[in-house]
Write a new protein. Structure first.
Length: 282
């Protein structure tokens, strides 16, 4: 009988220089690489349950988005998802990684799909989680851009803004006093003025005014693509995931009892789905 995989070490932050600025990333495990792209307003540590599970079989790399976690501010001239994809291709180049699996949640799925289109030979399997390649619907776009204008003026997340933002990321059934919600709230409260002005606001505008890239979906290999969505995802509702899976012709995995950050609200279901998809097939 084969020995059970060793328990993974704690992922360590490392740094490389992209566009003249330090980009921080977690790196854990050995084997075929898996690149993880996290959600806006979070950081690479949100992937810790998946890093621990996947790194028993793969080398897992999770960069911090610009201005999030330990990465430097958004490089000047960053205008769209293609620019973010180029930055992550540069990370793969810096690590001498020619091919990887890519798992992207929310904006991670947006730039991840752009990377797949830009360099299809570099991504073997693609997982699109709680994301949407269509444009932001007019109603939510107006709401989010209004919140960003307020954030730009205040240069901090006010109590009122926190009360609007935090619940968006979770199932409506979660207790607001739960450590997951309170920890996220505390992270937002600690954002510096520089992070907000130089990265959070411009990145938000980049995300919520993104172009429609649904034309990419039918070009993806349905055998190597998986769409996943939290059952109660509010910003990226399941109907959007269903539309994408239909256009690709790939499986759709609904994560029960989870909202937008489905990988944390139902980590066990997400880990199981990712392992099954990434470990098997071609």
């Amino acid at each position: 009988m084969a020995a059970a995989p060793q328990a993974p070490d704690t992922a360590r932050y490392r740094y490389t220089t992209i566009e003249g600025r330090p980009l921080a990333y977690l790196d854990q495990g050995e084997g075929f690489p898996v690149l993880l792209g996290h959600s806006y307003l979070w950081n690479a540590r949100m992937w810790q349950p998946q890093i621990d599970a996947l790194s028993r079989h793969f080398r897992v790399i999770a960069p911090d988005l610009w201005g999030h976690g330990r990465s430097a501010a958004l490089p000047e001239g960053t205008r769209d998802m293609q620019d973010l994809a180029r930055h992550n291709l540069a990370l793969l180049d810096a690590l001498s990684i020619n091919e990887c699996h890519l798992v992207g949640l929310s904006v991670g799925g947006m730039w991840g799909s752009a990377l797949k289109q830009m360099a299809p030979e570099r991504v073997r399997k693609l997982v699109l989680m709680d994301t949407y390649l269509g444009p932001e619907p007019a109603q939510s776009q107006a709401q989010y851009l209004g919140m960003l204008r307020r954030l730009e003026v205040d240069q901090a997340l006010s109590e009122a803004l926190l009360n609007m933002v935090v619940p968006m990321f979770f199932s409506p059934h979660i207790d607001p006093a739960a450590p997951l919600c309170q920890g996220f709230r505390a992270t937002l409260e600690q954002l510096s003025t520089g992070q907000i002005v130089d990265s959070i606001v411009p990145l938000g505008r980049l995300i919520f005014t993104r172009s429609d890239r649904r034309d990419l979906l039918p070009t993806l290999d349905p055998a190597r693509t998986l769409v996943m969505v939290g059952e109660y995802d509010l910003p990226r509702p399941p109907r959007e995931a269903s539309e994408m899976a239909r256009l690709i012709g790939c499986p759709l995995q609904t994560i029960a009892n989870a909202g937008h950050i489905s990988n944390l609200e139902n980590r066990h279901a997400v880990n199981q789905a990712l392992l099954e998809f990434l470990l098997h097939g071609r």
